[in-house]
Write a protein that binds this ligand. Sequence first.
Ligand SMILES: N[C@@H](CCC(=O)N[C@@H](CS)C(=O)NCC(=O)O)C(=O)O
Length: 293
Amino acid sequence: MSSFETKATIRSFGGKLFKLTHPSPTTTTPMALNLYLPPAALTTPPSRVPVLIYLSGLTCTPDNCTEKGFFQSPASRLGLAVLYPDTSPRGLDIPGSKDAYDFGEAASFYLDATVPPYSAAYKMETYLTSELPSLLFSDAEFGPYLDGDRVSITGHSMGGHGALTLYLRHPGMYQSCSAFAPIVNPTECAWGVKAFRGYLGKEREAWKEHDAAELVRRLERGKELRVLVDQGKGDQFYKEGQLRTEELEFAVAVAGVKGVEVRYQEGYDHSYFFMATFSEEHVEFAAKALGLL
Ligand SMILES: N[C@@H](CCC(=O)N[C@@H](CS)C(=O)NCC(=O)O)C(=O)O
C-alpha cells in the first residue's frame, strides 16, 4: 500500500510522470509533488535509479518546472528520476499567508520556521530532508524504482537558495548541488529579510544559518564541494540586488573552498526560458556526480 495518492500518470519521454499527494505530519497538510521515472527505472523487476530533486521558486507549484523546465528529456536519456516537491504547505488558515507572492504560501524558503504562527507547519527543511525521502524511498509503489543513496539537488531562485542551503547544511545527503539564478545571500536582500524576519524572528544570527554565502564562509579551507550555478546577466531580480551572486563567489574565494563553478549568461532573464536553456547541462552535472556519466 503506497503512502502516496496518484492524481495523474503521464507518459513522458519514454518514462512516466506521476502527480502525487500525501498527508504530511511535518507540515500538517496534504503535500503535492511530481515524480518522473525514466525508462531505465521502469524495467521488470524495477531498477533503482538515482534521484535529482528540483526546488522551485516563488509563486511556483510542482508543475511549473515539470511543464517548462525541460528536465524530462535529459533525465530519460541519462536514467535519473526527478522529484519536484511543492514550495510550501498550502491551505492553512494563517492570516496574511496568501497576501504576498514573496511570503507565506509558495514562499517557504525551504527552512523550518521557528516563530509562531509559521512554526507550527512551515517545516520544509525537515519535510525535504527527512519525511519525504524516508517515505518515498521506502514506499511500496515508488521505492523499488529509486536509489535513496544517490541523490542530487537543484533549484531556481528561492529554490536555488533551498538547494544550496540544504546541500551545505546536510553534508553527505546530496552528491551535488546546482542552481539557476539562486538567492545566495538572503540575509542581505529584500526577499530574504522579509522571509527570515517572518519565519525566524528578529535575531539575525539565526538567519545566517540559512544563508548560502554565510555557510560557505564557515567551511574549512580546501573543502571540496560539487556546485554549479548559472546566473542570467539580464535577470531583473539580479539587477535589483535580490540574488547577490557575487557574494557566493567572494565567500568561495575567502574560504578557499573548491568545486564551485559560477557562470554568468549574457542576456538571459530570470524566467523559465533561462533555466530551460541550461537545464540539460544541470541534469548532466548531477548525472556525473551520481555516477551515470
Ligand atoms: N510574481 C513575481 C515574480 C515571481 C517570480 O518571478 N517567480 C519565479 C521564481 S522566483 C517563477 O518561476 N515564477 C513562475 C513562473 O515563471 O512559472 C512578481 O510579480 O515579481
